[in-house]
Design a protein around this ligand. Structure first.
Ligand SMILES: [Zn+2]
Length: 304
């Protein structure tokens, strides 16, 4: 049996797991992302955790084929550099791959986290049978991993799929990136909590906004239905651009469940340009929270 180590870097926590060639997690740990220490010190902690995990597993070192890292963009995956992720503000131009590679004799790979999650869904999740699909995560931010003709679409530096900053409704106001009406500024979990709180005049979490929606609150219903509509717009953009056969949606907001999937499916069946595109299946992710770390481990195996 072959194994790899997956590392999923997030703004608040880092998940590390040993995964076998069937995509099963053998062991896993989660450590907090400490932004008060230099990134090099944090990476050294990650290296220690990886070493501990390998040592305490009964796996012999030559069965471990590599270490895969999923990290938030913007990044330069071809050179293994984390460039300037908004949720890791002090991590500017960090040669992450090199700093891990120095400690281990097995190959280390780095890829953007949405692409890694797309790989996981292809490997053991909702897109096993699909060679043309997109994985879209709708969480604190919005991103996508795109597979075309059975290959992960990377682009120049590995940042392809940054759909969160495509404009869907300029009337909505300014996004943190400077443009007006980005998808992420309307439909991310963060945006939903912010706008929902404004509408209700009290502080609400994303979940509380969805609870009010489920209870039939009319003011919230108008807003959430607009959120679903712009997510539909994003899916039609993906379908029209990449000719996908399936879109897998993950992240906290996908927990809105049936109303969200029904609404997006209906928008797509009406507005995708080509007849086959209108049939694109819109489905929930299968891997939920483990997609990032399993996808990172998947970078070391020949999935596609
Ligand atoms: Zn933006």
């Amino acid at each position: 049996m072959e194994y790899s180590v997956g590392v999923d870097i997030g703004g608040t926590k880092i998940a590390i797991a040993v995964v076998n060639q069937k995509g099963e997690m053998i062991d896993q740990t989660v450590i907090p992302t400490d932004l008060s220490i230099p990134p090099e010190a944090m990476i050294s902690k990650i290296n220690d955790e990886i070493r501990n995990m390998i040592e305490k597993s009964s796996i012999s070192e030559d069965e471990i084929i590599g270490i895969g890292i999923g990290a938030p963009g913007p990044l330069d995956s071809k050179n293994g550099i984390i460039t300037c992720p908004p949720n890791l503000k002090t991590w500017v131009d960090i040669p992450f791959q090199k700093l891990v590679q120095q400690s281990f004799s097995i190959p280390v790979k780095l890829e953007n986290d949405a692409s890694a999650a797309a790989l996981a869904e292809k490997w053991i999740g909702a897109a096993k049978e699909n060679d043309n699909f997109a994985y879209m995560t709708v969480s604190t931010g919005i991103g996508a991993g795109i597979v075309v003709d059975g290959k992960l679409l990377r682009g120049l530096k590995g940042n392809a799929g940054d759909i969160g900053h495509t404009v869907v409704d300029p009337s909505f106001g300014q996004c943190s990136c400077g443009q007006y009406g980005c998808l992420e500024s309307i439909a991310s979990g963060t945006a939903i909590a912010k706008r929902g709180s404004e509408i209700m005049g009290r502080h609400l979490s994303t979940k509380e906004v969805f609870d009010l929606y489920a209870e039939g609150n009319e003011k919230i219903a108008d807003f959430i239905e607009n959120v679903f509509r712009v997510l539909g717009v994003a899916c039609v953009t993906l379908i029209n651009t990449f000719d996908t056969e399936k879109i897998v949606i993950g992240g906290g907001v996908s927990k809105a469940g049936n109303p969200l999937f029904r609404s997006i499916q209906s928008y797509v069946s009406q507005y995708a340009l080509n007849p086959s595109g209108r049939q694109t299946e819109i489905v929930p992710a299968k891997l939920e929270q483990s997609a990032g770390v399993v996808g990172a481990a998947a970078l070391c195996f020949n999935i596609m």
